[in-house]
Design a protein around this ligand. Structure first.
Ligand SMILES: NC(=O)c1ccc[n+]([C@@H]2O[C@H](COP(=O)([O-])OP(=O)(O)OC[C@H]3O[C@@H](n4cnc5c(N)ncnc54)[C@H](OP(=O)(O)O)[C@@H]3O)[C@@H](O)[C@H]2O)c1
Length: 166
């Protein structure tokens, strides 16, 4: 669904542990197959914006989506992805592309994109792992929880939560 201004709708999508951790040593410190499926269902046919380290951790362009990788290295390139030197440039580029924008991390990219975001779809992962990368704090009074799907019986208990900017 496009935003009311005609610009693409921007959604942050992340899996966040109870202690705010999203990553450790270049990887995600849990494996939740249902979360991969959720991410795929949410983002197929849309535009992904991600930092270069997140792209490296995935290692390839995800099929069925247009990926824009943020890097300050003008020499960086990879097969099947678009490159932007900053978030503003990435969002401008996304305006010319079909689909909504899903910001897929990492930490600094989420923090910079938060002010532009219409929605956040967060997987609350009920673990508190060691980590070196965290999701930004956000003011919950500016956001309304619209939907929560709990999977507390899963091997790694988790909940999918949809937030909309108030
Ligand atoms: N749990 C989750 O949902 C989730 C999601 C995503 C990532 N992760 C995890 O988070 C970690 C990676 O995240 P990270 O925060 O370390 O790195 P990142 O944000 O993915 O990548 C950082 C790099 O992106 C580029 N970059 C970031 N902001 C930029 C900007 N405003 N303008 C231009 N370039 C920009 C720079 O690349 P250059 O150095 O090339 O200039 C920077 O070094 C990994 O552990 C990953 O597994 C977890």
């Amino acid at each position: 669904m496009p935003s009311e201004t005609g610009a693409p709708r921007i959604t942050l999508v992340a899996a966040v542990a109870d202690n705010g951790v999203i990553g450790n040593a270049g990887d995600i410190p849990w494996r939740i197959p249902a979360d991969f499926a959720h991410f795929k269902a949410l983002t197929l046919g849309h535009v992904l914006v991600m930092g270069r380290a997140t792209y490296d951790s995935i290692g390839r362009a995800l099929p069925g989506r247009t990926t824009i990788v943020l890097t300050r290295d003008p020499a960086w390139s990879a097969d099947g992805v678009l490159v932007a030197p900053g978030l503003e440039e990435a969002l401008r580029l996304a305006e010319s592309l079909p689909g909504d924008v899903f910001v897929a991390g990492g930490a600094a990219v989420y923090a910079a994109a938060l002010e532009h975001a219409h929605a956040q779809v967060l997987t609350e992962v009920h673990l508190s792992p060691v980590g070196d990368t965290h999701y930004p704090q956000f003011d919950r009074s500016e956001w309304a929880e619209k939907r929560r799907d709990a999977h507390l019986e899963a091997e790694v208990p988790h909940e999918f939560v949809w937030w909309e900017r108030v």
